[in-house]
Design a protein around this ligand. Structure first.
Ligand code: MG
Length: 448
């Protein structure tokens, strides 16, 4: 006798009501299983504006319609942080309320295309804040760290480099040795230029004579000083430590070609931003003339910038500021594309990335096979007072949090103690966290 016949007999005996309840329960159970987790809807989008370390860190908070389910995302464009806030609150918030929180790529594409004009730093950072918050929500919903949602770890932790700097060579050496004694295998070295505003270190002595009263920088003087620095570092620190250096796009492309050739003998782990984004076509010339490892990308916010450099293998490390590119979603794709060309990652990780952004960096680091190195910036006490669950540094390795999502909780009361402007001084304060200007001796402005 088949089940259908049994059901007919059972119904005739008055068991229909019981059977219906059982059927309904079974159907409900099946529906739950196939539906998976209930889809949360975006209920509110807020921006936490905090500056515990004296740098403006806008962080997006998305609240869903499910009790206690929310997420955080880094939207840190420190130099124009005040503009990111209305981009989120006035444009993305009304666009997003009521939308499902679990369709991340779809939401990213919708936000990206909704302004028509796109790929600007303010809008990309605003999009990143939302994108990362949605990943945080998905992780919290699943009860897993984001790195588990995207395939799990391919390494235990991220090998990092620290910033060693000083007014003169002895100070840089002391700073580098301090990092090495803490277990760091990679150290970025930057030295001051007497009387000038060099990048990454303080100037020593009184300002050089110039035709203006502001900070001065001369590319040729810097280049000679940097070459001497590498010589001193190799002599005093040995060959085992990996040395890195950031030019910060401050020299002319012709100088960049020569400089990349001249530093070849020092075997840098990488030479960063030897060109500006406007000059990236010159990488072809550098590539033809030396084997110096090159990194580039923290200023990039458009696929038109990184795609040719990766596809033509013109750089060795892609160094994007994750929120500047639009968040975790596009950077996962960039990493995957770069893997096909054996270009490695070195995500931007200084103090103007929030701890939420550092968690996104650390997540990308441990899940991407083509990871290269991670820039490290310490989390001071005030940062840790606001952001609970910062990634942990040990022996030069950064460990992502194992808690669900990014593993970060923000103490919003503590965040409010350090509003935008906290700790800012001089022109930095006058410019609402923006940067001032640096000029050559003759008064010509330079890229910073
Ligand atoms: Mg840099």
């Amino acid at each position: 006798m088949n089940r259908r016949k049994l059901f007919q007999i059972f119904s005739a005996l008055g068991g229909a009501t019981l059977m219906t309840k059982r059927e309904a329960a079974a159907q409900s159970q099946a529906a739950r299983a196939t539906r998976g987790m209930p889809s949360p809807k975006i209920k509110d989008v807020q921006v936490i504006q905090t500056a515990p370390a004296g740098l403006r860190l806008p962080v997006v908070k998305i609240i869903t319609d499910q009790d206690g389910l929310y997420g955080y995302g880094c939207a840190c464009f420190t130099q124009r942080a005040d503009l990111v806030v209305p981009a989120v609150e006035r444009y993305l918030r009304p666009f997003l309320i009521g939308k499902p929180a679990d369709r991340i790529d779809d939401t990213w594409q919708a936000m990206y295309n909704s302004s028509y004009w796109r790929n600007g730093p303010v809008l990309n950072n605003a999009i990143s804040g939302v994108d990362q918050a949605l990943w945080d929500i998905k992780g919290r919903q699943a009860g897993m760290p984001v790195y588990q949602l995207v395939g799990g770890k391919v390494r235990e932790a991220a090998d990092c480099y620290g910033h060693a700097s000083g007014e003169d060579f002895p100070q840089v050496l002391e700073s580098a040795k301090e990092y090495m004694s803490r277990g760091f295998r990679h150290v970025r070295v930057q030295v001051g230029i007497p009387g000038m505003a060099g990048y990454g270190s303080r100037a020593g002595g009184s300002q050089v004579k110039s035709l203006h009263s502001g900070p001065v920088f001369e590319p040729a003087v810097y280049i000679r000083r940097a070459l001497k620095l590498f010589e001193v570092c190799r002599k005093e620190l040995g060959d085992e430590v990996e040395l890195l250096h950031d030019v910060h796009e401050r020299i002319h492309p012709t100088q960049a070609v020569q400089f990349a050739k001249d530093v070849e003998k020092f075997h840098l782990f990488f030479l960063e931003d030897v060109l500006s984004p406007e000059d990236i076509a010159w990488f072809r010339l550098i590539r033809q003339q030396c084997a110096t490892a090159l990194s580039m990308g923290e200023l990039f916010n458009s696929p038109h910038e990184w795609t040719p450099l990766i596809a033509e293998r013109l750089i060795d490390y892609i160094r994007i500021h994750v929120s500047q590119a639009g968040g975790f979603t596009p950077c996962r794709k960039i990493a995957a594309m770069a893997e096909q060309f054996n270009v490695r990652t070195a995500w931007h990780g200084p103090g103007d990335v929030s701890p939420v952004g550092h968690c996104a960096n650390a997540t990308l680091d441990v899940v991407a096979y083509n990871f290269g190195v991670q820039e490290y910036s310490p989390f001071n006490e005030r940062l840790q007072e606001v952001f609970h669950g910062c990634p942990v540094m040990k022996d030069g390795y950064l460990y992502p949090n194992d808690a669900p999502g990014w593993g970060i909780e923000i103490d919003e009361k503590a965040a409010a103690k350090y509003p935008f402007g906290y700790g800012e001084r001089g022109s930095h304060k006058d410019l609402n966290g923006g940067w001032g200007e640096v000029r050559k001796r003759d008064g010509q402005i330079i890229k910073q």
